[in-house]
Ligand binder design. Structure first.
Ligand code: 5GP
Ligand code: ZN
Length: 143
């Protein structure tokens, strides 16, 4: 499997560093973002290290999209947000900060005025863990 020893997401895939895991299958992994732009902010990545949309193989971007749909559905069921953005950034100008392909599944509140380049602010880990448990249990009960 294609991997990069300096990549933080490859380290999460290899379980060298922890994450609040929501879901995994053969090709993808989903976990909570630790600098959430909003409550319930989740990420979906390909397990293989591919830098961006320009290089990731079609079957893997498809697999990431299917997992993002599952996570969005669980977030919708559990938290009934006013909306959900799927956001995927490529390159410095698009504010890509981790160079391993990933999709943000981002619950929205009406009027939250979230900017697309929202900046990084550390979240409350207890709160993130609590939300992760709710989403993971919803994923288990809805399949
Ligand atoms: P980007 O800015 O590249 O679109 O998104 C990268 C995301 O990865 C950011 O929202 C950031 O908070 C998140 N992130 C960076 N390092 C870690 C980490 O070690 N664990 C988790 N769970 N998320 C991370
Ligand atoms: Zn990587």
């Amino acid at each position: 499997m294609k991997t990069d020893e300096d990549c933080i997401f490859c380290k999460i895939v290899a379980e060298e560093i922890p994450c609040f895991k929501l879901y995994e299958d053969e090709d993808t992994l989903s976990f909570m973002d630790i600098n959430p732009a909003n409550e319930g902010h989740a990420l979906v990545i390909s397990k293989e290290h591919w830098r961006n949309v320009h290089v990731i193989p079609d079957e893997l971007i498809s697999a990431v999209s299917v997992t993002a749909k599952k996570i969005a559905s669980a977030l919708e069921t559990r938290f009934s947000p006013d909306g959900i953005n799927l956001v995927q950034c490529n390159g410095e100008g698009a504010a890509q900060s981790v160079q391993h392909f990933h999709m943000h599944v981002l619950p929205r509140k009406s009027g939250d005025e979230l900017k697309l380049n929202w900046g990084l602010a550390a979240g409350d880990m207890d709160r993130i863990q609590e939300q992760a448990a709710k989403i993971a249990s919803t994923l288990q009960s809805t399949g």
